[in-house]
Design a protein around this ligand. Structure first.
Ligand code: 13P
Ligand code: SF4
Length: 301
């Protein structure tokens, strides 16, 4: 299987991009593993003819928006996202109508037609920086993740109008999961993702705590003096951290913090997708052109 994937990768001039939450065996065969921002940057830069996206649908769509001439494959179309499902293009249009002159920033975890309604796209890696750069005299609408929005509002001191969405995996992580792990590993450092429902509760006890995108967690674990880390996000992140920061210990906050959508991508369906060029992700041209603008603004920061 591995040899066949390699053969097809060369034959098709393909690149395999994998998110940090992917299965260990998928991360191992990927040409690049990273967070949403890193993956979008790779998709924008690659000279491969085929992009196989080991991630979820909105990520593959972002790659298709950036690469109209390329084939973008998602090996299993059931790989969606509960957070992206909390908002529709019509929902954004109705919301915008309530705030004339407002600017809309959407998280990258949204569908292409939602991005087409937005002024800015952000990821957990650059949301604070982008919101900070926006004018202060207009309403700022932030969608769809309410926990990331709360984090951005705290960091920037900006008043945001916030969509009421959340990711089912991150929302289910409880402050008690964090405290139980801290009880077991009292010297451990916390690596907390801003999508986590527990972040407000945890910050109440650790007011100086920084929150990190998944790639930010890698950089923090490399730079920190700590030997043990409690990884407060989806389980797959532990695989990436163990690879990038050997010799340190990474404890998943909860074995149940597992995104079933991310895990739908397997070596078998990557192979099948490469073999038959199946699972092509396309975006209608009118939507693609409108969605490209907020994505390009995101990548230019
Ligand atoms: P990042 O990898 O950008 O931090 O995003 C996390 C996530 O939930 C992606 O679906
Ligand atoms: Fe979506 Fe949450 Fe899965 Fe990320 S972890 S893809 S936000 S459902």
């Amino acid at each position: 299987m591995l040899a066949e994937i390699d053969r097809l990768r060369q034959e098709r001039r393909a690149v395999i991009l994998a998110h940090n939450y992917q299965r260990p065996e998928v991360q191992r065969i990927a040409d690049f593993v990273g967070d949403s921002l890193g993956l979008a940057r790779q998709a924008a830069q690659t000279d491969a003819e085929v992009i196989v996206f080991a991630g979820v649908h909105f990520m593959a769509e972002t790659a298709a928006i950036l690469n109209p001439g390329k084939v973008v494959l998602l090996p299993d179309f059931r790989a969606g996202c509960s957070l992206a499902d909390t908002i529709t293009a019509q929902g954004v249009r109705d919301w915008k109508a309530q705030y004339p002159g407002g600017l809309v920033a959407v998280y990258v975890n949204t569908t292409a037609d939602v991005k087409a309604e937005a002024d800015y796209c952000v990821t957990s890696g650059n949301a604070v920086q982008i919101i900070e750069s926006l004018p202060r005299d207009v309403p700022i609408l932030f969608a769809p993740d309410r926990y990331l929005a709360a984090h951005v509002a705290r960091q920037t001191g900006r008043e945001l109008h916030i969509w009421d969405g959340a990711c089912h995996v991150h929302e289910a992580i409880r402050p008690e999961d964090v405290s139980a792990n801290l009880g077991a590993y009292p010297d451990a450092e916390l690596l907390v993702h801003p999508e986590c429902g527990c972040s407000t509760g945890v910050l109440a006890h650790h007011p100086d705590l920084q929150l990190y995108s998944t790639e930010g967690m890698v950089h923090r674990a490399q730079a920190s003096d700590a030997q043990t880390f409690i990884v407060v996000t989806e389980l797959g992140m532990v695989t990436r951290l163990e690879k990038e920061v050997p010799g340190k210990t990474f404890v998943p906050v909860a074995r149940t913090a597992c995104c079933e959508y991310m895990k739908m991508i397997t070596l078998e369906n990557i192979y099948e997708s490469l073999r038959g060029l199946s699972g092509q992700v396309t975006v209608p041209e009118d939507i693609r052109v409108r969605a490209l603008r907020p994505i390009e603004r995101m990548l230019s920061r």
